[in-house]
Design a protein around this ligand. Structure first.
Ligand code: UDP
Ligand code: MG
Length: 321
């Protein structure tokens, strides 16, 4: 491979408003790094167009013609943020010694990139971008994020708190990561599983430069839930415990009812019967649906469907030259 070839992978979904500025800022950083000989001159920015419905791909194409260091791949449709990251890393890893992934909206400070590269040159394989404050997030997002990390931790899923998908991975770390063939992708949970020497770089997370979030609340909740069910069977154990407790309670209830019967109190129990009926019914429904969730995941995994489909790829074309 080339000496210290870097590829910056940027997933883009309807990002026409931010792309020119993003290209400018990332380009500046890239040029500085090349000039100071910290990275190879073949280093690239790789935009992954995730089935955008606006002008995103046209803008990317335009830039790839204008700037030698800009490249792009185009999905046939929207496959989601995580798949876009995966595709970018898969394509880039053939020609890169290190890969940095960053969102297109400039919320993650691009100035952390040189620091990540320094850490890589010091011998780290994984460098997490960690935000040092969540001032720009709403109180709600901050609180839910905090609760989420703590729940995930209790379920045995190790996440690096306050790090999202802004990170540097070395060639070998990426290669290892790409060997995880699961369809239910939760990259920020998978990266720590790869191992290797890792470190963190801190930065202040900003507001979105332009446009609006492509992660509305519903998508956020789904993503959070996916994170749990893709990584932990703890919820299944939880059901077992709830079941055991309920069996215990019903045993106590049995003794209680028997005593009443022996003492001759009649026609008791309609309300308690109804209550337990509803309660157990509810618990069963929750339990079955939770198990169904895992079965559903298995269903998608065994199908081994492709995780994305690339229509155009000028990254590989450019690198081959
Ligand atoms: N994104 C994507 N596909 C999607 C949704 C989002 O590639 O289906 C990209 C988006 O263009 C951005 C990144 O994922 O570069 C993060 O999205 P966003 O900034 O909207 O999320 P937020 O920062 O609000 O969590
Ligand atoms: Mg964002």
């Amino acid at each position: 491979m080339n000496d210290n070839a870097l590829t910056i992978v940027v997933p883009c979904y309807n990002e026409e408003e931010v792309l020119p500025e993003t290209t400018l800022e990332l380009g500046k950083i890239l040029m500085d790094l090349i000039e100071s000989k910290k990275i190879s001159s073949v280093s690239k920015i790789l935009f992954v167009n995730d089935g955008s419905k606006d002008q995103t791909w046209n803008i990317i194409k335009d830039f790839t013609e204008k700037y030698s260091y800009v490249t792009g791949i185009k999905f046939t449709r929207n496959y989601g943020h995580q798949n876009a990251l995966l595709a970018g890393m898969t394509v880039a890893n053939d020609y890169s010694d290190m890969i940095i992934t960053i969102d297109a909206d400039l919320q993650d400070d691009v100035n952390a990139i040189p620091e990540m590269v320094d850490r890589y040159r010091e011998g780290y394989d994984v460098v997490y971008g960690v935000r040092n404050s969540r001032k720009t997030d709403t109180v709600f997002k901050r609180k839910t994020a905090l609760a989420y990390y703590s729940i995930m931790g209790k379920l045995g899923v190790n996440l690096v708190p306050d790090s999202a998908d802004y990170r540097l991975l070395s060639h070998r770390a990426t290669t290892s990561l790409l060997q995880y063939t699961e369809r239910n992708l939760f990259l920020r949970g998978m990266v720590p599983l790869v191992g290797y020497k890792s470190t963190k770089v801190y930065y202040a997370r900003k507001e979105r430069f332009a446009g609006e979030s492509k992660y509305p609340l519903k998508k956020m909740i789904n993503f959070a839930f996916d994170g749990i069910t893709s990584f932990s069977v703890a919820p299944i154990h939880l059901i077992l415990n709830i079941g055991l407790i309920i069996v215990l309670i019903s045993l106590i209830m049995m003794v209680y009812t028997l005593i009443h019967k022996i003492m001759g109190d009649v026609v008791t129990g309609w309300s308690s019967l109804m209550l337990s009926l509803w309660f157990i019914g509810g618990v069963q429904l929750i339990s079955i649906s939770l198990i169904g969730e895992y079965v559903g995941k298995v269903f998608f995994e065994v199908k081994q469907r492709p995780r994305y489909n690339i229509e155009e790829n000028n990254y590989t074309d450019k690198m081959k030259k």
